[in-house]
Design a protein around this ligand. Structure first.
Ligand SMILES: Nc1nc2c(ncn2[C@@H]2O[C@H](COP(=O)(O)OP(=O)(O)OP(=O)(O)O)[C@@H](O)[C@H]2O)c(=O)[nH]1
Ligand SMILES: [Mg+2]
Length: 691
């Protein structure tokens, strides 16, 4: 069918890890004849999981755009990963799609990933539909899962396609047309409605009640005992899905290609097209506007995903919000306020790129070589500078130190990560000048692992991760007087500097320097040199080489030589006084303490409190959070928290998350000091070897 005539639907395929998303996408491609063979995730030959790492790990790691055409409709499936470490995909998909197709395995039922997608789709006001997958596997129990769905998501759960086991085979009943089908190698054959006792009655009632809820007129008709017509059922369900008050439930077996035709019909007939919605909520200047998906208005497009491909260069995935995007479209990037020259326009199916003449309002495609544009940016006609209201993505919580396997590759690491961050904004990179470490943070261990693999495979740099160094501090607890004498007078121009300095504890972060020199014992012009010497010295404490804080130095006395004294000599003298003085001033280590806010289900609050105590933290309080989770507020030593992401993820099966912000420094318990000092010494030695 001519592209101009095609209706468009954008459907995010999401759900718990391993629930069968990619397999369904593969089956729909095959059923719609977009492909001539059906790949399998285990065989590493699916259209959607095309990346080497995805094939190696047999799971999706990033979102894939996979369109198919069926009857008069082009359906853009956006297959997103289920693993929580790769949640970026879901946040990309939800911005590009009107419908969330939530995959729930008939064997495993409602899982954390199911709830997360459902919550996100409600938050974004998207329509939702549920596909119960794996009807063919052993211990699959559609009706148990259906009850779970009703319990979890309420009366809006509306059965459309349900299975009935008949011997070895499964009969699929389409409750809208009230017909039954069996499948032989993917081909549907209408069969006699199987006897199911009262089960079907209950399901038909569920549909009628869901439809009745969609309008007063239908409500009255239903509760006056009249039957709905097929047209009323379809329009009622359409209205309910669009309004988010009905979530249709279909099912099938993707591997055995059962019920795929009916799934495609439901997607075509019941889910909304972009033009069925109000449009996209955006900012125009400071006011919120809703931009309808109108082909005849000026062009605007949202970049919802970016791929930094070493071969084709940067690929920006766009959802056209209005007008038609053409290669000669005159657009400006409203985030950076710079005009952008559009490179090639493409339709993407997995890794396949198909040239596109233009991309119409509501449709998804890609543009090459957009120099200044990143995910979340809007490209539009300069007359209407639209911007996204919110560009939400999950925040990285797990930080690790990263260093090259091969000496001298430090620069390669940061340039590879710059490229990777273009496509993955849930990866953060920074250099810590204090611990002189390169640090990378992500959503979890697997995420960092895959990023390392990308760096190697795509950008040719090998790196390894280690626990980041903790930014300890040192301070003193006692006031002492110390002498520093720098004297080199063995012929020729000598060096002479001599000071007495009192070192005392104080509250300030930085050095407090004062002088109480009497009678010009140390000439005024050497005071700045003494202070400079101390400013440099406090960068390395005497215990473990960490920066010193809370130190007051008072220059009390000293002596000088009219010829041999110099700023350098007094700097050295101050350093000597510092080194001997601080050792006597009862020095101690300070550790960074962070404010932890952990968001966990009620049943896990006790565990988290125990874990906080185990990690030498203090629980400050617990209170309910709007999200329905409990907020556990605590203070914890940052040194104990590097693997907290993994801990909270496994404790709460992925429901929980946390924030950790630096709060202040506190004295490190004595019994832990020697280990920190030892590690610091080892680090200094390794560093010296590396230089
Ligand atoms: N028997 C059977 N197995 C299925 C079906 N659908 C998926 N599977 C299997 O379930 C496993 C996971 O399938 P995927 O399609 O990769 O699941 P996914 O939801 O994309 O997983 P992630 O990308 O990791 O989130 C694979 O081994 C599939 O072969 C089905 O309908 N029947
Ligand atoms: Mg997948």
């Amino acid at each position: 069918m001519d592209y101009k005539q095609l209706k468009v639907k954008n459907v995010m395929v999401a759900g718990h890890a391993g629930s069968g998303k990619t397999s369904l996408v593969e089956a729909l491609l095959y059923a719609s004849k977009m492909t001539d063979r059906q790949g399998r995730v285990e065989d590493g030959n699916t259209v959607s999981d095309f990346d080497g790492e995805e094939i190696k790990r047999s799971c999706s790691l990033s979102s894939s755009v996979v369109p198919y055409e069926y009857k008069d409709t082009k359906v853009n499936l956006v297959d997103v990963p289920g693993l929580f470490d790769f949640e970026l995909g879901m946040y990309e998909g939800i911005k590009a799609c009107e419908t969330a197709l939530i995959i729930v395995s008939a064997k495993d039922g409602v899982e954390v990933g199911t709830q997360k997608v459902y919550n996100l789709s409600s938050k974004y006001g998207r329509s939702s539909m549920i596909y119960v997958s794996k009807i063919d596997v052993e211990h699959a129990d559609f009706y148990k899962v259906f009850e779970e769905l009703k319990t979890e998501f309420g009366p809006q759960i509306c059965p459309i396609i349900v299975p009935v086991a008949k011997g070895d085979e499964t009969i699929y009943i389409n409750l809208m047309e009230f017909k039954a089908y069996s499948y032989k190698s993917g081909k549907a054959e209408e069969v006699v409605m199987p006897a199911t006792g009262h089960r079907l009655d209950g399901l038909v009632t569920a549909i009628n009640e869901a439809v009745a809820e969609t309008s007063e007129e239908l409500f009255e008709k239903y509760f006056s005992g009249e039957q709905f017509t097929k047209a009323e059922i379809i329009s009622g369900i359409q209205a309910g899905i669009k309004a988010g008050t009905i979530t249709p439930v279909v099912c099938g077996s993707s591997i055995k290609m059962e019920a795929m035709d009916m799934v495609m019909d439901v997607l075509n007939d019941l889910t909304p097209s972009p033009t069925d919605t109000e449009g996209t909520e955006l900012l125009l200047g400071s006011s919120k506007v809703t931009l309808p998906f109108n082909e005849n208005s000026q062009v605007s497009a949202l970049v919802f995903k970016t791929v930094a491909d070493p071969f084709v260069g940067k690929l920006s995935f766009v959802k056209v919000l209005s007008g038609n995007l053409k290669t000669d479209s005159n657009v400006v990037n409203t985030t950076v306020g710079i005009p952008e020259r559009l490179g090639k326009l493409l339709f993407i199916r997995g890794k396949k790129q198909i040239d596109a003449e233009y991309i119409k309002a509501g449709d998804i495609g890609a543009v090459t070589k957009l120099a200044n544009t990143k995910t979340g940016d809007i490209l539009c006609d300069p007359q209407n500078e639209y911007r996204l209201i919110e560009n939400e993505f999950p925040h990285p919580t797990m930080e690790m130190a990263i260093k090259p396997k091969n000496k001298g590759d430090e620069a390669k690491i940061s340039s590879a990560l710059q490229r990777i961050m273009e496509e993955d904004c849930t990866i953060k990179y920074r250099q810590d000048s204090e611990t002189s470490q390169q640090l990378i943070s992500g959503l979890g261990e697997q995420h960092l692992d895959v990023t390392l693999a990308k760096m190697k495979n795509k950008f040719g740099v090998e790196a390894e991760l280690s626990k980041p160094r903790v930014a300890y501090r040192e301070t003193i607890r006692k006031t002492v007087k110390a002498e520093g004498k720098h004297k080199k007078q063995s012929g020729g121009h000598g060096q002479y500097g001599h000071v007495w300095i009192e070192f005392s504890p104080t509250d300030s972060e930085g050095l407090v320097f004062e002088e109480k020199v009497f009678g010009g014992a140390v000439p005024k012009n050497y005071f700045p040199a003494v202070e400079k010497g101390l400013q440099d010295a406090i960068k390395n404490g005497v215990l473990a080489g960490y920066p010193v804080v809370g130190l007051k130095a008072t220059l009390l006395d000293g002596s000088y030589h009219p010829v041999d004294s110099s700023e350098m000599a007094f700097k050295m003298a101050a350093t000597l006084a510092y080194k001997s003085g601080l050792k006597e001033a009862s020095p101690c280590l300070l550790e960074p303490i962070g404010t932890l806010v952990a968001y966990v289900p009620d049943m896990n609050t006790g565990d988290v409190m125990g874990e906080v105590n185990k990690r030498r933290g203090r629980v400050l309080g617990i209170e309910p959070d709007d999200s329905g989770l409990q907020k556990v507020m605590a203070e914890c030593p940052m040194s104990e928290m590097s693997d907290f992401t993994t801990y909270i993820r496994s404790l709460t099966a992925g429901r929980g998350y946390y924030t950790l912000e630096f709060a202040r420094y506190e004295q490190l318990p004595n019994n832990l000091e020697s280990k920190v000092i030892e590690d610091a010494k080892k680090f200094i030695v390794t560093k010296a070897d590396e230089e």
